[in-house]
Design a protein around this ligand. Structure first.
Ligand code: ZN
Ligand code: ZN
Length: 285
């Protein structure tokens, strides 16, 4: 009975309305530089998720193909939204052991010929170690060569692999390969090495978590090299932490970054949108 009485109270309902409205920030034109819309987590409602992102102000969504199969799904999704969604193609370090030195380069070349804007995500993940490290490095090297051959940037995943990532950045810089350290949670030193190599750094909703304390990392990246991303369906920002993530919540991450960097959400959204368009050479760049 108490439940009925509470829901019948107009004051309680008004309070609930206010709370639910604050759960999405004001619309602001922004980009999501890294989203897995081709993931099984979006099978049922990918179109609704894209429309929510659009309503929240998204102007560019980079849909990551982290395998040849995901890249093909990403290409189809992007094809339905040519004004908003672009796609990439690569092989994730978790799947490095499945790399085939004939089939996979051909798949990436084909994807790029069909419009993929970057090679990746690829990289090194020594936290999970799903593939032997030597195999992860070899698979990454092959994709760096493809990025150079195809003149596309690299989307790099790096976790607990700082020494090998530093080596890779030096090689990439001398070969003129551009890239982004995506969902970056490494050290300031590694971010600075990336910046010195001419790379971009992208932050995700992790920076909104209460246990995120490395504010120096969030300020060491100059405006012109900064990207933001959802990495959805993973890593939903506060106040949605723990839920399936989606691009429409990137403004929460922008809000937090703006606060730490002493600017406004609007200004940072605009900067990172233009950086995303330029970095991936999207239409409108
Ligand atoms: Zn990743
Ligand atoms: Zn990813």
């Amino acid at each position: 009975m108490a439940v009925v009485a509470r829901s019948a109270s107009p004051r309680a309902d008004a309070r609930y309305e206010r709370v639910s409205k604050t759960i999405q920030p004001e619309p602001v034109a922004f980009a999501d530089s890294h989203v897995h819309l081709a993931s099984a987590a979006f099978t049922d409602d990918v179109e609704a998720a894209i429309e929510r992102a659009r309503a929240a102000g998204a102007r560019a969504l980079v849909c990551i193909g982290e395998s040849a199969a995901a890249a093909e799904r990403a290409r189809v999704i992007a094809g339905r939204h040519p004004d908003l969604v672009s796609h990439t193609c690569g092989v994730h370090p978790h799947d490095a052991a499945s790399w085939d030195e004939v089939r996979d380069p051909e798949a990436i070349r084909l994807a790029v010929s069909l419009g993929a804007v970057a090679v990746g995500e690829c990289g090194l993940d020594y936290h999970y170690d799903h593939a032997p490290r030597v195999v992860q490095r070899r698979t990454l090297d092959a994709q760096l060569d493809l990025a150079a051959e195809l003149d596309r940037p690299i989307v790099l995943h790096t976790r607990e692999a700082e020494d090998d990532t530093l080596d890779m950045l030096r090689q990439a810089a001398s070969a003129g390969i551009r890239g982004v350290l995506h969902c970056f949670t490494g050290s300031v030193a590694l971010a600075e090495a990336g910046l010195a190599a001419g790379w971009h750094v992208s932050f995700s909703g992790i920076v909104t978590f209460r246990n995120w304390t490395d504010l120096a990392l969030l300020t060491c990246v100059p405006d012109e090299r900064l990207l933001v991303e959802s990495d959805a369906p993973y890593l939903a920002p506060v106040p949605h932490r723990g839920k399936r993530n989606e691009s429409s919540w990137v403004p929460f991450t922008l809000q937090r970054l703006a606060e730490v960097r002493g600017t406004t959400t609007d200004a940072l959204a605009d900067i990172t949108l233009r950086n995303t368009q330029r970095f991936f050479r999207l239409p409108g760049a």
